[in-house]
Design a protein around this ligand. Structure first.
Ligand SMILES: Nc1nc2c(ncn2[C@@H]2O[C@H](COP(=O)(O)OP(=O)(O)O)[C@@H](O)[C@H]2O)c(=O)[nH]1
Ligand SMILES: [Mg+2]
Length: 222
């Protein structure tokens, strides 16, 4: 019985995700679902993207957290439309939360819409939001073994950022082991090494993101 209820919930989530996806196509909104464990650097990466885009493309941000407005306050200071969803204990965002946020945020046509999901490497990977891509942020202090332990999350990622590379000299992080684990799950996934502290790797990633958006717009929008 419980399994049936769960199946119905997932079916409904997927229906709403499909509606969100259509809305994104209709309005040319390129949507990125940002996934990571707590503290990996999701908000820091969003701030770097905002800084690099520098107002040249409209943006909107949705912040998902169990509690608090902390991340929303950081984004709001940059003058970008932002909304906070507190799940009150829920470990992931769902498609309906995105639908509700769209009517409040009203992202501009052709905007980049970044969704910071709740920090964990388990549940968010299995909930389609209607996004164009899942961006996974791993970070050096978490260790090189994470692709071996959180396989569904790494397998679901369309792109991976390895953040906090400024800490590589201080932490036993074996990049070769990390990349081997990543590529065993997804041989072609792009991986961007980045430090939000020094800014290394930010421009390369944002250029790639802009190219992805352009390609998607030519393929999917009128
Ligand atoms: N050394 C270092 N610290 C970072 C980097 N990126 C983020 N941080 C720090 O890591 C902590 C968590 O970052 P935050 O962006 O809030 O992570 P989130 O919980 O995934 O949104 C903060 O103290 C950041 O300043 C980085 O590239 N290098
Ligand atoms: Mg955050």
């Amino acid at each position: 019985m419980e399994i049936k209820v769960q199946k119905n919930i997932m079916n409904r989530n997927n229906e709403i995700a499909a509606e969100n996806r259509q809305r994104f196509i209709d309005d040319g909104i390129f949507t990125v679902n940002v996934l990571a464990s707590p503290g990996a650097g999701k908000t820091s990466v969003l701030l770097k993207i905002i800084e690099t885009i520098d107002g040249k493309i409209d943006m909107a941000i949705l912040e998902g957290d169990i509690a608090s407005q902390i991340d929303t306050d950081k984004i709001r200071k940059r003058g970008i439309p932002v909304m906070q969803i507190n799940t009150g204990g829920g470990c992931h965002l769902d498609a309906n939360m995105i639908r509700v946020s769209l009517s409040e945020l009203k992202p501009a046509k052709n905007a980049i819409f970044l969704i910071e999901n709740v920090g964990n490497l388990v549940c968010p990977s299995s909930h389609d939001l209607g996004e164009n891509m899942k961006l996974l942020i791993a970070s050096v202090p978490e260790g090189h073994d994470k692709p071996y332990k959180y396989t569904s999350m790494f397998a679901a990622a369309d792109a991976i950022i390895l953040n906090k590379t400024d800490l590589l000299p201080y932490i036993d992080f074996d990049k070769e082991v990390f990349y081997k684990g990543v590529h065993a799950l997804k041989p072609d996934v792009p991986v961007f090494e980045m430090s939000c502290k020094t800014g290394d790797g930010v421009a390369d990633f944002v250029n790639w993101l802009k190219d992805k958006r352009k390609l998607w717009q030519t393929q999917h929008t009128k």
